[in-house]
Design a protein around this ligand. Structure first.
Ligand code: AHE
Ligand code: ZN
Length: 381
């Protein structure tokens, strides 16, 4: 029994920005009150992990244990934990849900204030870390999850128990990308039957926004990507049209002009899933006058700013964004798991690569290949 004891296990430590992760044994302390220690079974790598590792994330600090798209089994719980128990199958939540803070009670947002400040500093809510290397140096947490370790400790508000019959290898993807895109379409935008949608960027988030729009019965779903490989993915998830702006525009035509022409004046909803601020502007300006809404999901480079003519908003276009698709992780994850089990939410289809955990640095390289949506790492290997 490891309960109450420190655990020595394999982790991928980010010691320095721009350097590969170091695979080494670390010590994971037992959970304190309102904390949960999880044996991570599977984790995927998201662009945000690479973004933070690159050193440009203002909240990125080193040395740390990255990873935020993971699922596992509860190994032990600290005092006063009531929402999960030993043996539960769980997903780590980078967007916590305490159910009692001003944000949680507002009914207006899934953002939760309970642990966000300490999470952004890479520490547990008491201001300390549960990770150290074998030299005794403390290692920081990341996004309240740190799934690049065989064991991790998270706040109880940052974990949700799920149906144990759901395969952890697949549903780990609900920890970020799939939920973010699907929720952005079905919750943040709340796309309705017959409406038109454009999605900029055909990665996991964009394709999930497409499947959310399709689930709602959108009449036109246009995927825009500069990589032709994304066309086939887009069609698999439900897009009706694909545009490669490098190849498919008439001479002198802009992507905004093309989209406005294709949709009789512009789209009901557009989604930026690229993090590129020029694309964000195009996405806004391709919205229909009077009501079109553009949802920013992509994480832009640190310090980047968005711009448009205010007239775009005066004339009724709406600029919005959402985190984790507006989904409340503890209250609403069960519905997503169920949709996956019913076959209405595609998840397995995003797993283009599988690797043993020890190949995690190769999984970061996979991210840059157009043919890669998600690499899932098996922590037992
Ligand atoms: N830390 C960065 C911002 C990073 C960011 O925007 N993160 C997204 C999630 S990316 C998932 O892959 C998010 O939801 N943020 C909301 C939050 O509360 O962190 C910075 O610029 O400081
Ligand atoms: Zn992510």
């Amino acid at each position: 029994m490891s309960e109450g004891e420190p655990i020595k296990c394999l982790a991928a430590v980010a010691y320095e920005a721009g350097k590969p992760l170091t695979l080494e044994e670390i010590i994971v302390e037992p959970p304190k009150a309102h904390e949960v220690r999880i044996q991570i079974k599977y984790t995927a790598v998201c662009h945000t992990d690479a973004y933070t590792l690159s050193g440009v994330d203002p909240e990125g600090a080193f040395p740390s244990v990255l990873g935020h798209e993971g699922a596992g089994i509860v190994e032990s719980v600290g005092k006063d934990v009531t929402n999960v128990k030993v043996g539960d199958h769980v997903i780590a939540l980078y967007t916590a849900e305490c159910k009692v803070c001003k944000f949680c009670k507002s009914g207006k947002t899934n953002l939760c204030g309970s642990v966000r400040a300490t999470q952004g500093k890479g520490v547990m809510p008491d201001g300390t870390s549960r990770f150290k290397n074998l030299k005794g140096e403390a290692l920081l947490h990341f996004m309240g999850c740190s799934t690049f370790s065989q064991y991790t400790v998270v706040a109880d508000v940052s974990v949700v128990a799920i149906d144990p019959s759901a395969p952890l290898e697949s549903v780990c993807l609900l920890g970020c990308g799939v939920t973010t895109g699907y929720g952005a379409a079905t919750k943040t935008a709340n796309v309705q039957k017959g409406e038109t949608v454009a999605v900029f960027g055909g990665g996991t988030v964009g394709l999930s926004a497409i499947q959310g729009a399709k689930a709602r019965g959108a009449s036109k779903i246009i995927l825009i990507d500069t990589n032709d490989e994304k066309k086939q993915f887009g069609e698999e998830f439900g897009c009706t049209d694909f545009i490669n702006p490098k190849k498919d525009l008439a001479p002198g035509q802009t992507i905004v002009e093309k989209l406005v022409e294709m949709t009789d004046g512009g789209l009901d909803y557009t989604f930026d899933c690229t993090g590129n601020t020029k694309v964000m502007r195009d996405a806004l300006e391709a919205c229909h006058k009077g009501w079109g809404e553009s949802i920013i999901i992509g994480v832009a480079a640190a310090g980047a700013e968005i711009s448009t003519r205010p007239f775009q908003l005066v004339t009724g276009r709406v600029w919005k964004g959402s985190a984790f698709g507006g989904i409340k992780g503890r209250s609403e994850m069960g519905q997503l798991i169920k949709a996956y089990q019913d076959g209405t939410l595609k998840v397995d289809e995003f797993i283009t690569h599988k690797r043993p955990f020890t190949e995690i640095n190769k999984a970061f390289d996979d991210l840059h290949a157009g043919s890669c949506l998600r690499t899932v790492l098996d922590l037992s290997k």
